[in-house]
Design a protein around this ligand. Structure first.
Ligand code: 13P
Length: 253
C-alpha cells in the first residue's frame, strides 16, 4: 500500500511573517493527524526558518530545486548537500516552470535528480505536457521522454526513493484542472512505463497530481487508483485549503 503524499510548492511566495502564520495554522490542524505524508517546499532562503517551524511536527521539508553540481564556482546555485544540511528530505526537480522559463531540458533535469540522490534527498520529479502537446495527441510521448531521461541515467531502481508528479502545464495556476479521468489515464501510463522496467518499483511508486488542485476537487482526483496525492501550488499558501487537501488524501484500498 502506498502512503499518500501532499506537498505544497510555495513557488516564489512567502515572508518570515507569513511563513510563521501558515505553519502555526498547519501544526494546529495536524493535532488531528492526517494519513498523508505532508511536505512543504518554501523558497531556498526560508528553508532554515521553516525547518525550525516544522520541527517536532509531522510536516517534512522540501526544496523547490537543486543544483546538478555538488560544490564550487557555480554562482547562485544551491547544492543537495546544503539542502540536506538545513533539514530537507525532498526536492522538486524538473518543475515545468524550470523547464519552460529557465530552459531546463530532460538531460539537465535528470542530472539534478541524480544530484539530489547523491546527497540522500528524495526527488519529486515533475513531468507533464504543454497544451499544444495535449491537443496534438503527444501527451504520452512527452511524459515517456521525461521519465525515460531519468531512468536511463539513474536506473529504474532510483525511483524507489523518489516521487513522480504529473503536472499538465495547461492546468498549473490556470484554474483548469485535469478531469479525474484525464489525470488517471496519464498516471496509469506513467506506472505502466515504469513497470516495463520493474513491476515492483512501479507498484510502490507514488505518483502525485498537480495543477489547480483545490479543496473542492482534491477528493475526486485523489480517489483515482493511480493518484497518490498532490503537488499543490496556490492552495498550499492558505492553511485551511492546504489542510483540506491533505485530509482528502487517503490510501487506496
Ligand atoms: P497550482 O496548484 O497553483 O496550479 O500549481 C501547481 C504546481 O505547479 C505545483 O507544483
Amino acid at each position: 500500500m502506498r502512503q499518500p503524499m501532499v506537498a505544497g510548492n510555495w513557488k516564489m511566495n512567502g515572508s518570515r511573517k507569513a511563513n510563521e502564520g501558515l505553519l502555526a495554522e498547519v501544526r494546529e490542524a495536524l493535532s488531528s493527524p492526517v494519513e498523508a505524508e505532508v511536505v512543504v517546499c518554501p523558497p531556498y532562503v526560508y528553508l532554515p526558518q521553516v525547518a525550525g517551524l516544522v520541527d517536532g511536527s509531522a510536516v517534512r521539508l522540501g526544496a523547490q530545486d537543486v543544483s546538478d553540481q555538488d560544490s564550487g564556482a557555480y554562482t547562485g546555485e544551491v547544492s543537495g548537500e546544503m539542502l540536506k544540511d538545513v533539514g530537507c528530505r525532498y526536492v522538486i526537480v524538473g518543475h515545468s516552470e524550470r523547464r519552460g522559463l529557465y530552459a531546463e531540458d530532460d538531460a539537465f533535469t535528470a542530472r539534478k535528480f541524480a544530484a539530489a540522490r547523491r546527497h540522500g534527498l528524495k526527488p519529486i520529479l515533475c513531468v507533464g505536457e504543454l497544451l499544444e502537446e495535449r491537443e496534438s495527441g503527444v501527451t504520452e510521448q512527452v511524459v515517456a521522454r521525461q521519465l525515460d531521461a531519468v531512468m536511463d541515467l539513474e536506473g529504474v531502481e532510483s525511483l524507489k526513493d523518489a516521487v513522480v508528479a504529473y503536472e499538465p502545464v495547461w492546468a498549473i495556476g490556470t484554474g483548469k484542472t485535469a478531469t479525474p479521468g484525464q489525470a488517471q489515464a496519464v498516471h496509469a501510463f506513467i506506472r505502466a512505463r515504469v513497470a516495463e522496467r520493474d513491476a515492483g518499483v512501479a507498484e510502490g511508486l507514488r505518483i502525485l497530481y498537480g495543477g489547480s488542485v483545490k479543496a473542492d476537487n482534491a477528493q475526486e482526483l485523489f480517489s483515482q487508483p493511480d493518484i497518490d496525492g498532490g503537488l499543490i501550488g496556490g492552495a498550499s499558501l492558505k492553511a485551511a485549503d492546504f489542510m483540506a487537501i491533505c485530509r482528502a488524501a487517503v490510501p487506496a484500498d
